[in-house]
Write a protein of this length. Structure first.
Length: 342
């Protein structure tokens, strides 16, 4: 006798906030059924950064193909979907509109709910898709190219801002520093790779706001210090400069993470966002938190960057918490949208 696996609520997730087109299908009983992702790195590399108009056009071109690929991989029909979740913000306005319009149109045609999801909430919840998910409550470190902030997370939808960067995000600082070092776009991974060949203690770089006593961060001064160092040193020193920069960023993030746990009296840290893939950060956070009896959780590496899986999961949790009615076709996007909720 063959036992059929019970299906839960099936939510298709669509992510188009910036320069990655992500689609995934999540089942509340079976977990992640399928996902597909397209990166626009090649599209934007010639410009040294994301060009919003080109990003929007590429989403239009790729999204239908990725939806078909995901549905086929999961071996389900569109009629089997219970809802479609989409990133409503924050992000590039044009890029958000592409995903939102496709999601709402599909949901309207299928007579199912369309669920707007906060991009950062998707990142924050992405470690829950791992094999050993964290438990509420915890402190979250959202660290990416556009955001670096600490949040106290009491439960789903219960987020309190503890501190954030006052200027550049950590990922933005990585990319800008990589550009100073003459590395190709995207700069963050290239800088981390170069840093592995360098000596992080040869040059001393500042740790802005390290001893401020609060959980705010600053990286623009560090970037300026690197710019001055690059001008003063020969090209052969690039690996050591990269290593010193990475060490400074990791040192600040680890110090503030320990302070956040101390101030909230929690023992669980969750790290999400693209910079969460940095191996030095992962090792150092694990080491330092272990020394104080705390634990750190990361999303799987493939879910650190923007992806549809985190949006599908966040939408599914939203649907479980509060059943939704079929969409009426209206929608809005929010290029600027704070995560903290009252």
């Amino acid at each position: 006798m063959v036992l059929l696996q019970q299906a839960g609520l099936r939510v298709l997730g669509i992510e188009t906030s910036c320069d990655e087109t992500g689609v995934a299908l999540y089942d509340t009983a079976q977990g992640l059924l399928a996902q597909a992702l397209h990166s626009q790195v090649d599209v934007h590399a010639a410009y040294g950064g994301v060009v919003p108009e080109l990003a929007s056009r590429d989403h239009i071109r790729r999204l239908p193909l990725l939806i078909r690929q995901t549905i086929h991989q999961a071996d389900v029909s569109l009629q089997a979907l219970d809802a479609i979740a989409y990133t409503a913000g924050p992000g590039l306005a044009g890029a958000l509109l592409v995903g939102a319009s496709v999601a709402v149109s599909m949901a309207w045609a299928l007579k199912i709910p369309a669920l707007p999801v906060h991009h950062l909430e998707g990142h924050l919840l992405s470690p829950l898709l791992g094999e050993d998910p964290p438990q509420y409550p915890f402190v979250a470190l959202l660290v990416s190219g556009g955001h670096t902030q600490f949040m106290a997370v009491e439960g789903l939808g219960q987020y309190r801002l503890l501190g954030e960067t006052v200027d550049d995000a950590a990922g933005e600082a990585f990319d800008k520093t990589a550009q100073l070092l003459g590395l190709a776009y995207p700069g963050g991974p290239a800088l981390a790779q170069l840093a592995r060949q360098g000596n992080p203690r040869r040059f001393t770089l500042p740790r802005p706001l390290l001893h401020s006593g609060d959980l705010n961060l600053s990286f623009s001064g560090l970037k300026t210090a690197v710019a001055l160092l690059v001008k003063a040193r020969p090209a052969d020193d690039r690996a050591d400069i990269a290593a010193a920069f990475e060490e400074a960023v990791v040192d600040v993030l680890c110090h503030k993470a320990l302070l956040a746990l101390q101030q909230t009296q929690l023992k669980q840290l969750v790290v999400a966002g693209g910079v969460g893939a940095n191996q030095h950060l992962r090792r150092e956070l694990a080491r330092r938190l272990r020394s104080v009896g705390a634990r750190v959780s990361f999303p799987p590496l493939e879910l650190c960057t923007d992806n549809g899986a985190m949006i599908a999961y966040a939408g599914a949790q939203q649907l479980l918490r509060q059943p939704a009615t079929a969409t009426q076709g209206a929608f809005a996007v929010y290029p600027r949208w704070p995560l903290q909720r009252s």
